[in-house]
Design a protein around this ligand. Structure first.
Ligand SMILES: *[C@@H]1O[C@H](CO)[C@@H](O)[C@H](O)[C@H]1NC(C)=O
Length: 331
């Protein structure tokens, strides 16, 4: 039996089986792609308005869309169950790359040291391995964790990592002892914790973690980080607070394969946060008493047109692309 799902005006996936849960996944994947498309159109209306953080979110989206496109290409030759009939994924991938290119040029011309430091991840798609797995409750840290951290210190650990891969006089992938102990401590919470994980994901992305032992060690750390990030994310969700942080939490752990973060109640909430008129992510979706208080720490937030937020919208782009990739590959 051949069923054609028209998921939104521009796309249809042709699917030749009839499993219920598959239908749901395809439907969700389509909704995520549709939301992503609206968000990309917002970015494209003024791509020079993005900051480095927003651009990094787009680079994550680009990496996820690439993986999805790849899946469709190989599926065509092997299984041909699911076909991207109208090439919507390729189209969104090109659009993401186009916006990222314009945004990068604009940021380069501003010559900020912040871009120089993060150039390595802002200038190309962020590709990260996806490994299907679950959090492990045994890793929950029972003692009190702390969200306190010095943004400059944390920034320094990223800078050391980038410097070591750029400069010839330093051995690649070396960092100071103080950074190492900060990055591997088990008492982090909120942004402090997500940035510990982010540091390791970037280290892996630029080729600093490749031996078998290191990989096993990292897997354990990822279990530890994502299990506790999950606890933090649950609190944000039930208390209706910290949407920006919540997006970061769900993005980082779902893009490396933690299934627990793909909950449909979370997915549907994120969809409702998209601005109905401007299609971006702003503060309007948050209860007013929480606005501005808990904005992004490490990398600065920037307001775009219509009160849209660059960091929050960038994270949302990365997350919507991740949702599409995971839902459609797991169908
Ligand atoms: C983006 O920039 C890269 C590197 O300069 C280039 O290879 C690519 O064709 C550009 N893509 C688009 C869609 O403009």
């Amino acid at each position: 039996m051949l069923i054609i799902y028209t998921l939104f005006s521009l796309t249809c996936f042709v699917y030749s089986s009839a499993l219920r849960s598959s239908e749901l996944h395809i439907h969700s994947g389509g909704r995520a792609l549709s939301a992503l498309q609206r968000l990309l159109n917002f970015f494209e209306s003024n791509p020079k308005n993005l900051n480095v953080d927003g651009l990094y979110g787009l680079r994550i989206a680009q990496g996820q869309l690439q993986a999805l496109e790849q899946m469709f290409k190989s599926a065509e030759s092997k299984r041909t169950h699911l076909t991207d009939h109208n090439q919507i994924v390729s189209m969104l991938l090109t659009q993401t790359e186009r916006i990222a290119n314009i945004s990068l040029d604009a940021l380069v011309s501003e010559q900020t040291s912040y871009l120089n430091q993060f150039f390595l991840v802002a200038s190309k798609p962020f590709v990260i391995e996806y490994e299907n797995r679950r959090i492990d409750k045994n890793f929950i840290v029972l003692s009190q964790r702390s969200s306190q951290f010095d943004e400059d210190d944390s920034d320094q650990c990223f800078v050391q990592l980038f410097e070591s891969s750029r400069r010839v006089d330093i051995q690649k992938c070396t960092i100071s002892e103080s950074c190492w102990s900060m990055l591997t401590d088990q008492i982090g919470k909120d942004y402090r914790l997500t940035h510990q994980l982010l540091w390791f994901l970037i280290a892996k992305n630029i080729g600093c973690i490749n031996q078998k032992f290191a990989t096993q060690h990292l897997n354990r750390l990822e279990d530890l980080f994502c299990t506790n990030i999950y606890e933090d994310a649950k609190l944000n969700f039930v208390n209706h607070i910290n949407q920006d942080l919540f997006l970061e939490q769900v993005l980082l752990c779902s893009m490396i394969g933690y299934q627990d973060f793909l909950r449909s109640d979370w997915f549907h909430a994120v969809l409702t946060w998209q601005h109905p008129e401007y299609d971006c992510f702003s503060e309007e979706s948050e209860q007013s008493e929480y606005r501005s208080r808990n904005r992004r720490h490490l990398l600065v937030e920037q307001e775009m047109d219509h009160g849209c937020l660059a960091h929050k919208s960038g994270l949302a782009a990365g997350l919507l692309a991740t949702y599409s990739r995971v839902f459609l590959q797991e169908y």
